[in-house]
Unconditional design. Structure first.
Length: 183
């Protein structure tokens, strides 16, 4: 395990660089930093979903596991050559996605973000995960990135969409359907 932080500020980033897990230093606006920084932001947004009371136990358990995996994914992005996310993680998300989606009615219209505090927070988390995925794809154009990372982020955004639908119902709200012919 790496070093534990006993002192939070180090002043080593005051000149616009930051350290990676392998000890190398890169600019704070590097594509790699953007990718794992947005992954961290996505993880924090899932924490906002979990901060809402009365989340169904199966969803809470799934999202807590996702938070651990996102931390691992960020660590993989922050440490060139390190591997943490595998096809098994992607498969687990697909299984959860299928199980959560099974009892939902089919979609006939697009859904606007909303439906209750937890559902809305989940929609926000979904969009941040999509940005993390885009940033990781941008990094992958420059450096070799394991395909499992982008696959994981893609499945996770789908999972969060389905979970937001469940949470809207659980919170006693309803999904807000896009009215494309509202004029």
């Amino acid at each position: 395990m790496g070093n534990r932080l006993s002192k939070i500020y180090t002043r080593t980033g005051d000149q616009g660089t930051t350290g990676l897990g392998d000890g190398s230093r890169i600019d704070k606006d590097d594509l790699r930093i953007e990718a794992f920084g947005t992954t961290d932001e996505a993880n924090s947004s899932i924490g906002m979903v979990l901060a809402v009371e009365n989340i169904p136990a199966a969803i809470r358990s799934c999202l807590v596991e996702v938070q651990h995996e996102l931390f691992d994914l960020g660590g993989e992005l922050a440490t060139p050559g390190y591997r943490a996310i595998t096809q098994q993680h992607v498969d687990r998300l697909e299984q959860a996605l299928d199980a959560f989606n099974e009892n939902l009615p089919p979609l006939k219209e697009f859904i606007l973000p909303g439906g209750g505090p937890a559902a809305a927070a989940c929609h926000l988390a979904r969009t941040i995960v999509r940005r993390a995925e885009r940033n990781t794809w941008t990094l992958a154009k420059r450096e070799a990135i394991p395909t499992e990372l982008t696959m994981y982020l893609n499945r996770l955004s789908d999972l969060l969409f389905v979970v937001s639908r469940i949470l809207a119902r659980h919170e006693g709200g309803s999904e807000v359907l896009w009215k494309h012919e509202r004029k």
